[in-house]
Design a protein around this ligand. Sequence first.
Ligand code: AMP
Ligand code: ZN
Length: 480
Amino acid sequence: MRLYNTLTRRKEEFRPIRAGRVGLYTCGPTVYSAAHIGNLRTYIFEDVLERTLAFEGYRVTRAMNITDVGHLTSDADAGEDKLEKGARNEGRSVWDIAAFYTKTFFEDCAALNIRKPRLVKPATDCIPEQIAIITRLFKNGYAYETPTAVYFDVSKSKNYTVLSREKLEGKETAVRTEVIEDRSKRTPRDFVLWFKLVGHFKNHVMRWPSPWGEGFPGWHIECSAISSSLLGQPFDIHTGGIDLISVHHTNEIAQSEGAFGKPLAHYWMHGEFLIIDRARMGKSQGNFITLQTLREKGVDPLAYRYLTLTAHYRSPLKFTWESLAAAEIAYRKLLGKIQFVATGFHGGQPKTRSASGARALIVKFEEGFKAALANDLNAPRALASLHTLVNGLLALQTRGMYTSSDARLFLTAIKKADSVLGLNLTAAAKIPAAVVKRVEKRELSRARKQFTHADALRQEIRALGYEVDDTPLGSFIRKS
Ligand code: AMP
Ligand code: ZN
């Protein structure tokens, strides 16, 4: 399969480090408030990536951090710790806030069918690992200490802007305006590895002992520590939203490669923004919508997942309530059609020739669907091929050219597709095998004009909680 690698700015053939296996790392949420649907767009893209890799036959080991300490209100080490600020605003302890929003994050993910990564680790659970990396950075000459903090010396990093391709000079002036006052800092672009409990961090609640005194880790070091301890280094794919490229991922690479002397990850993949009113949806922008708001408006979370799948992950997606409503209608229609196609068929032989029509459509769909995803996760194209299939089969069904074995084949194909799309496509179409078998037998009996036998089978189907409707389009099964 081909994936777009931000590192090379090209689509590349994906070649894993170990045959058949993939190590995948995702930057997790900062748990000081609920995730917004922009954040969740990125987690859906990453979920589709993991599911596609599994669909392609890889065994995926996915790790994710939970940022529960050290992420300041500016990504460039300035301002307050987001968690401590959240705790103060809500009058709760930082530990409460972190536990609460971690829980709501995974509830939102579950509602969106985003699979929980196999390995999840909060930053506060791996302080020794972070201290170990900082110690390595000292040993390798990348770190220095001032009375305020421990910094990463960016001038020592040979390839600091390899991912962002930004000019370092521009970065320096951009950072200078926001950085906390520390006169001993060598250059403004150096970033914090460890904060000491001085100045406005004197009363920081989350604190740990370290070789540099009590304090807490900077934001970026947690991902270097968690990824290397859970996946080793290098691992295959590192993901996040595009806003992480220029600071967070740039710093992760500098730290990990400085500490271990080898690449952090081979492929870097970034999801584009969800846009609202022409601006990026953001927690600090105050223009955000949460999944809870969608629920309160009666929107099925999976309609939002469907909406995000209609855009490629590398294209910005404009959110409007109208587009969400349209997505929900399209999603419902699709489910309805799938149910129709999966549960209505003619028994025995099709009424007209060209029996292989449905089969050919299904095979073509399977090829198109797989090819779309293998081409840098083209979910919109994959969805389009699903619509083409369903509409094609509906047309065959109307013409009496659709049998129960086609329906079975269709359901298998849809189940496989849904292992990637995660849209509960077969939930409405799931009929117990015992029922399907009896409906098929009954169709055959009717065709042979054995009506007593057909009626007996109808009773058996009823006893299993289902009804069969005989229509000119075939038998349709529904729950009684
Ligand atoms: P955070 O919880 O702020 O650390 O962000 C979690 C994830 O959401 C990161 O991968 C961000 O890059 C991503 N993200 C932030 N804002 C947006 C947005 N408007 N659209 C899509 N992804 C976003
Ligand atoms: Zn990260």
